[in-house]
Design a protein around this ligand. Structure first.
Ligand code: PMP
Length: 295
């Protein structure tokens, strides 16, 4: 059965401090954020009724808002409580959750003066970002022509809507050409990240990943680096040239939605779904479900 459009579902959305019926959580067409991308958001997941790394997500939400010059009109603990309240009211134990913050329709024009900062939180069921079959085989990524921008030219450390058109265009290219996702290089031509996930490469007992120069500081990235270090692997954060991808035998993505997802192909480079990735997938799964990494 086709999924219902997002505005035609039932449930509850936390909106500016109140819980409203899902279908009533609307914005006007003359909303500042819709025209000028003055919005930031988070994507977090609940497993067995626990929102994984909620404080880290809320910290990043406030950091992103700060970078975009927006003051969230609620204290962090109220947002955290609202996240749990919305999850429980929605009746989910396992869910994806989206807090979003935006400038409203109080004023229109490039000036932000007089606009109000709004906040909403929605939860929905979203079992797997990539299909389970594709994940087991390893995803196939094309290499996008779009590049992650120089941090001097865009607020790239904010999880801001303004950074996502290149991700949407790259994802669309991937889907139109038979790939699962796309890799974006950075503005200097080094490996950046996938459209909505960080990337890692494995060689022997070393795990290499691009530094945070121009990729999102992923919460899953940090978590998985911690898990890998516990397993005794050395993490190397550095600039990676695209042709170096030929020197690695395993590669994987990390993200709240993607979790730990192996790759089998990136453009002309191929990879195996090896033991190190399988171990990290199992460790991550155990951790998010509150069981800690198996040893
Ligand atoms: N990079 C981008 C561009 C993303 O959208 C995401 C998803 N938030 C990530 C990386 C992974 O971040 P996280 O692990 O915090 O979900």
């Amino acid at each position: 059965m086709a999924e219902l459009p997002f505005d035609q579902r039932d449930g509850w959305i936390w909106l500016d401090g109140e819980t409203v019926p899902w279908r009533d959580a609307k914005v006007h067409v003359l909303t500042h954020a819709l025209h000028y991308a003055t919005s930031i958001f988070e994507g977090q997941r609940a497993y067995n009724g626990r929102i994984f790394e909620l404080e880290a997500h809320t910290d990043r939400l406030y950091r992103s808002a700060d970078i975009l010059g927006m003051k969230i009109p609620f204290p962090k603990d109220e947002i955290n409580a609202a996240c749990y309240d919305n999850l429980e009211r929605s009746g989910y134990k396992d869910a994806y959750q989206r807090p979003v913050v935006w400038r409203g329709s109080e004023k229109m024009g490039l000036s932000v003066k007089g606009t109000e900062v709004h906040v909403a939180i929605a939860s929905w069921e979203w079992p797997s970002y990539f299909s389970p079959e594709a994940r087991l085989k390893g995803l196939r990524l094309c290499i996008s022509n779009w590049r992650r921008p120089d941090p001097k030219t865009a607020p790239i450390q904010a999880k801001s809507a303004s950074n996502y058109p290149i991700s949407c265009l790259s994802k669309d290219l991937a889907e139109r050409t038979g790939y699962d996702d796309a890799l974006l290089l950075d503005w200097e031509g080094f490996v950046g990240e996938a459209t909505g996930a960080n990337i890692f490469f494995v060689r022997d007992s070393e795990i290499h990943t691009p530094s945070l120069k121009c990729v999102l500081d992923g919460i899953t990235r940090r978590t998985v680096m911690g898990l890998a270090e516990k397993r005794g692997y050395r993490i190397v954060e550095r600039d990676i040239r695209p042709e170096e991808m030929a020197d690695f035998d395993q590669a994987f993505l990390t993200g709240t939605a993607a979790e730990v997802t192996p790759l089998s192909e990136i453009g002309p480079y191929s990879f195996v779904v090896g033991e190190i990735i399988k171990q990290l997938m199992a460790d991550y799964d155990a951790l998010v479900r509150g069981q800690g990494p198996s040893s």
